[in-house]
Design a protein around this ligand. Structure first.
Ligand SMILES: [Zn+2]
Length: 123
C-alpha cells in the first residue's frame, strides 16, 4: 500500500525517491535512491498510456454520473459538457507522471524487482 501512495505522488514506487524525473514526463534512466531501472525495454511505457487512458475514463465517469446525480432532474447539459471537455483535456496531461509511476507499481506487483538490479534489504 505504501508503494501505491508513492506512485500516486509520482515518486519511485520502489523506494519513494523524488528525483526520478528528468523533465515533466521523462524519467531518469535509474532511480537515484534504489537504482531501479525505469528504461526497461522497448514499448515498456505503453502500459503507462493504458493507465492514463483508464484514469481519464474513470474521471469522465465520475464527473458525468456525479454531475447528473447532483443536479438531477435539471441537469445543465451544456455546463456538464464543458466541464467534461475541460477535465478530459487536462487530466491526461496533469496525471502523466502518475500514469508512469502507477504503471511501474503495477509492474512491480507482477514482476518484483529482484536480483542484481537492486538490494531488497534496503526497504
Ligand atoms: Zn527508487
Amino acid at each position: 500500500m505504501r508503494s501505491l501512495v508513492r506512485a500516486l505522488l509520482a515518486r519511485c514506487p520502489v523506494c519513494g525517491s523524488r528525483g526520478i524525473w528528468r523533465s515533466y514526463g521523462q524519467t531518469v534512466d535509474a532511480c537515484p535512491g534504489c537504482g531501479y531501472r525505469f528504461s526497461r525495454e522497448e514499448g515498456y511505457w505503453a502500459g503507462a498510456l493504458i493507465v492514463n487512458i483508464g484514469v481519464a475514463m474513470f474521471l469522465f465517469f465520475v464527473v458525468f454520473v456525479g454531475g447528473m446525480l447532483v443536479t438531477w432532474p435539471d441537469v445543465p447539459w451544456t455546463g456538464l459538457l464543458i466541464t467534461l471537455l475541460v477535465v478530459m483535456g487536462l487530466a491526461p496531461a496533469l496525471l502523466y507522471r502518475q500514469s508512469k509511476t502507477i504503471w511501474v507499481w503495477l509492474d512491480q506487483r507482477v514482476h518484483p524487482y529482484v536480483g542484481e538490479e537492486r538490494d531488497w534489504e534496503q526497504s
